[in-house]
Design a protein around this ligand. Sequence first.
Ligand SMILES: Nc1ncnc2c1ncn2[C@@H]1O[C@H](COP(=O)(O)OP(=O)(O)OP(=O)(O)O)[C@@H](O)[C@H]1O
Ligand SMILES: [Mg+2]
Length: 257
Amino acid sequence: MNVISVVSSKGGVGKTTVTANLATAIARQGRTVLVLDLDPQNALGLHFGVAPNEMRGVSRATLAQQSCKSVVFESRGGVYVLPYGIVNEEDRSRFEHYLEAHPHWLGGLLQELSLPGDALVLVDTPPGPSVYMKQALRAANLALVVALADAASYAALPMMQRLVQTYCVGQPHFLDCLYVVNQTDSARQLSKDVTQIMRSSFGERLIGAIHLDQSVGEALANDLSVLDYESNSQAANDFRACAEKIVQRLQHSRHFA
Ligand SMILES: Nc1ncnc2c1ncn2[C@@H]1O[C@H](COP(=O)(O)OP(=O)(O)OP(=O)(O)O)[C@@H](O)[C@H]1O
Ligand SMILES: [Mg+2]
């Protein structure tokens, strides 16, 4: 099993969108893929047709000391989905204190799910440092940093690098930190410039650029991944290419079947 934690220091850069679409692209290769929503916004399930009023999820199950196996949904595309769930403010706070007190909770949870050896788990996180991001980074084989092709996103990257340095580097299972630039627009010079700067800063670790594409928003409005909604769109092609790079990167590691 390999864990890819999708993170960013800034909000709204496309973590949830990237998590959902990469998961779909990788599952299409015949691999077992589970997505875990560690964000109280509980939005990841919407990309997979989980009902917006579905209360069950990892937060409730953990507080009730129940197995999370019972709250894994299977999407039409064959991706397994473990939502955050819906909790009141008091329970959200209790869950966060629990995670603070049990820093390796996520590793234990994933072991308990007994996924096949070649399974991939993609973890979606809230923006910026949080108890959720810390859990996700500690358990990660790969950290996948999402940034927009703009100056503010680029300026926020050092903070994310410090977090990866603190929580991932030194963990025996950690392999690498990869980057995706999202919502690129070849009609905008700034977008091209920032993408180019990221390419020269990160080299092969920048695994792809996802174009700004209206089919991304339309797909979500239809409870579908972009790959299912408009398979030939620019964004669908970009997600497939990124998924390929991730699988290649993992195949170079001894953990991947
Ligand atoms: N490549 C893209 N092209 C067009 N729209 C996009 C693209 N990527 C993301 N979006 C849109 O940008 C918005 C934010 O995306 P998303 O919710 O995935 O960001 P996020 O990083 O998960 O946000 P948060 O930090 O709040 O969790 C959504 O409306 C989404 O549809
Ligand atoms: Mg999100």
